[in-house]
Design a protein. Structure first.
Length: 101
């Protein structure tokens, strides 16, 4: 079971179900902190997912949620998201989705 982390503005922003996420690998070694852009099925309970990985959630100031969530990666998405370097990545993704219609 691998461990990943993702960041949210508020812990209440994280919802169960299929989510588009940027996740960081927490495995020791050269790949540690590598970021992947994925579509994942996310749950508070590992019992609802088949062979899930652990997902640690952190708030935007870095505080770690007290309990882990779980995820299964359904699809790898494009490596980069459109936007400006200073733009909020989650807002850029929402804007892209609205433009796709």
């Amino acid at each position: 079971m691998k461990e990943w982390q993702t960041f949210v503005r508020r812990f209440s922003d994280m919802k169960e179900g299929n989510r588009e996420l940027f996740i960081k690998d927490l495995s020791p070694g050269k790949a540690k902190y590598n970021t992947r852009h994925v579509l994942a099925n996310v749950s508070k309970s590992q019992k609802t997912l088949k062979n899930p990985d652990i997902l640690w959630i952190r708030g935007e100031s870095g505080e770690k949620a007290p309990d882990p969530w779980y995820l299964t990666i359904e699809q790898e998405l494009e490596e980069f998201s459109p936007g400006k370097p200073w733009e909020d990545v989650l807002e850029a993704i929402e804007k892209r989705e609205r433009n796709r219609g």
